[in-house]
Every structure is written in structure tokens, then in C-alpha cells.
Design a protein around this ligand. Structure first.
Ligand SMILES: Nc1ncnc2c1ncn2[C@@H]1O[C@H](COP(=O)(O)OP(=O)(O)O)[C@@H](O)[C@H]1O
Ligand SMILES: CC(=O)N[C@@H](CCC(=O)OP(=O)(O)O)C(=O)O
Length: 308
């Protein structure tokens, strides 16, 4: 009998461990069959990006999905990275309902951070894990077409509607998915920065959740996974809500128990399932291998928002 490779592990232990690993792999079979050939859009959040062991696990998850015959498309954020760059440049920014008010002095910086450093870092994470990812901006191939987002609020005193000026914040008007199909058809993984292009070639800053939802709808993704820095949507006592209907989501946004950055996330999930995605999940990006846990185990996690 040959000696075990690791002197600390006996042959019996190694065989047992091998059996366990094989059983785990085999238990993924029904899930692999369910998603084979499907397109899955993953929103990779700014906060979930900052930690090395989590981002390496994310890169490996996406590479693994591709290598088992699923088509992942990654849309990334970069809010914290934009904050850091604006701070270095002494530019203040404010948020309204989770959206960064974006003036002329910021839009070039935001485009540089999102389409430049962050986009390439995310693609590189996946490439290092053994699959081939290509980083593009939403402007490439006119993928993410947009117009200025108009938000109105009711003035509490007069009761009249008034327009908020969010500057160069865009909302998607049309997705041209040809560049995505071209990359997917060549066995590549698209990694998209949430920067949109207007009718006259102008650049728009699009919330990454919103961009991911619009893209998921346009390619009829079977799942939209939104990785973030909390367990999912929490109720007023901080307890995870495992499943959310459209009505309950709207009620919770109106009563303020869903606020800030969670608003675009939930609105996006609702819009994505309305537009054709079969389900959307808000997931805890602080958990290593959150994507694999969600797709390949019965445990699942986070908050599921389903088509009604
Ligand atoms: N009901 C809620 N459940 C969970 N998080 C919420 C809720 N309401 C507001 N939030 C806030 O939304 C944040 C997630 O949004 P955001 O910071 O934009 O995430 P990301 O950077 O991952 O896109 C949470 O960290 C939390 O502070
Ligand atoms: C309009 C708007 O708010 N755009 C976002 C784009 C990046 C983003 O959404 O990043 P996270 O997913 O990391 O939050 C911003 O400027 O921060």
C-alpha cells in the first residue's frame, strides 16, 4: 500500500474525505441539470468586493458556473471605490433614495473608476480562476442605452409634485444584447460596468442594481442574483425575509422599513421578474461561495422575489 501524501492524514481518513467530497459533488447533479445552458445574471456589489478571500471565492464561483455549462453574466457596482476616488479629489457626493446625485465634475471620474479599474479587477478575478471573462462598459456595443432619470417627490407643505435633479444619473431605455450574445457564443463571460450611453452619446451613471435588472430581463435570465453586504431584505426587527411578494415589497418601501441602497435592489428584482427573469434573489455577499450555495444546494439563502 502506498503511503498517504499528507503524513497527517491516514489512508482511511483520505478515503472517507474523498467519499464525502464525491457525495457533495453528486448532490449538485439535480441543480446542474436544472440550470444547464441557462443564463444567470449576477450583480456583484461594491461592499462585497472589498475583501480578498470573498472576491477570490466569487471569481471561482463564476468560473465554475461557466465550466459546468451555465452562462453567467456579471454586472458590477463600485460605490465604495467611487467614494474613495471622489474623496481623494475633494469632491462631495450625496445620495437620494440610494442614487448618487451626479454632476458634471463627477461623471468622468465615475466612468473612469467603474469602466476602468473596477471592471478590469472583476474580470481578472474570474480569469485567474480559469475561465475567460471580458470586461466591457454598458456603452460598448450600445449595450446599455439610457436617458436622464427623472424623479419626482411630493412637497409635504404644498402637496405638489416637484422634480428632483439627479444630474447625470440615467435610467435604462433599451438594452442591445448583441454584444452579450457574441461574447457568450465565444465561450466568454461578460463583465459589465454600469455606465450607460444616451441618445446623443452622453454618459450616464446607472445604479448597478438597476443595470443588472435591465440586462437580466433582456436576456431572459433564469435567475438574477444580487450580492450585497446584508443577509437579504430584513424586517423592522432585523430578521431576514426569505420570500417577498411585489405587494409586500411596495408596502415596505412606502413605510420606510426598506430604505437607502435596498430600494433600488428590491425595485430592480421586481422589474426583472416583470421583464422576464424567472426569479431574483438578494444574497449575502459576505458569505463565501454565496452563488454556489444559492444555485447548487437546497439551503439557498437571502430573499427570493418571484414572478407573481
Ligand atoms: N430592509 C432592509 N434590509 C436590508 N438592508 C437594508 C434595508 N433597508 C435598508 N438597507 C440598507 O441597504 C444596504 C444595501 O444597499 P447598498 O449599500 O447599496 O449595497 P451594495 O453596495 O451591495 O449595492 C444595507 O447595507 C442596509 O444598510
Ligand atoms: C446612480 C448611482 O448611484 N450609481 C452608482 C453606481 C455604482 C453602484 O451602483 O455601486 P454599488 O452597487 O456598489 O452600490 C454610484 O454612483 O455609486
Amino acid at each position: 500500500m502506498s503511503a498517504p501524501i499528507d503524513p497527517g492524514i491516514s489512508d482511511v481518513d483520505a478515503a472517507e474525505k474523498g467519499q464525502q467530497q464525491a457525495a457533495i459533488l453528486a448532490s449538485a447533479l439535480p441543480f446542474l441539470r436544472r440550470y444547464a445552458g441557462d443564463t444567470i445574471v449576477v450583480k456583484y456589489g461594491g461592499h462585497a468586493m472589498g475583501v480578498d478571500h470573498l472576491s477570490n471565492a466569487f471569481g471561482r464561483d463564476i468560473a465554475l458556473l461557466k465550466l459546468v455549462g451555465i452562462n453567467p453574466i456579471v454586472v458590477h457596482g463600485g460605490g465604495p471605490q467611487i467614494n474613495a476616488m471622489l474623496k481623494q479629489l475633494n469632491i462631495q457626493s450625496t445620495f437620494i433614495d440610494g442614487l448618487r446625485v451626479t454632476d458634471q465634475s463627477m461623471i468622468d471620474v465615475i466612468e473612469m473608476v467603474l469602466s476602468g479599474s473596477v471592471n478590469k479587477q472583476v474580470a481578472n478575478l474570474i480569469n485567474r480562476a480559469g475561465a475567460l471573462a471580458v470586461g466591457i462598459s454598458g456603452k460598448d456595443g450600445s449595450l446599455l442605452q439610457a436617458r436622464k432619470l427623472v424623479r419626482t417627490v411630493k412637497d409635504p407643505d404644498s402637496g405638489q409634485e416637484r422634480e428632483l435633479n439627479l444630474g447625470f444619473v440615467g435610467e435604462p431605455t433599451k438594452i442591445d444584447p448583441r454584444v452579450l450574445y457574441s461574447l457568450l457564443g465565444s465561450g466568454l463571460i461578460p463583465v459589465i460596468a454600469p455606465v450607460g450611453v444616451g441618445e446623443h452619446g452622453e454618459t450616464y451613471n446607472i445604479n448597478a442594481d438597476t443595470a443588472a435588472g435591465a440586462i437580466a430581463g433582456s436576456v431572459n435570465a433564469s435567475r438574477l442574483l444580487m450580492l450585497t453586504d446584508v443577509a437579504g431584505v430584513l424586517d423592522e426587527n432585523g430578521v431576514l425575509i426569505p420570500e417577498l411578494t411585489a405587494n409586500e415589497a411596495r408596502r415596505r418601501i412606502a413605510d420606510g422599513s426598506i430604505s437607502g441602497g435596498m430600494i433600488p435592489k428590491v425595485e430592480t428584482c421586481l422589474a426583472a421578474v416583470r421583464a422576464g427573469a424567472k426569479a431574483a434573489v438578494i444574497l449575502d455577499g459576505r458569505v463565501p461561495h454565496a452563488c454556489l450555495l444559492e444555485l447548487f444546494t437546497r439551503a439557498g439563502s437571502g430573499t427570493l422575489i418571484k414572478a407573481e
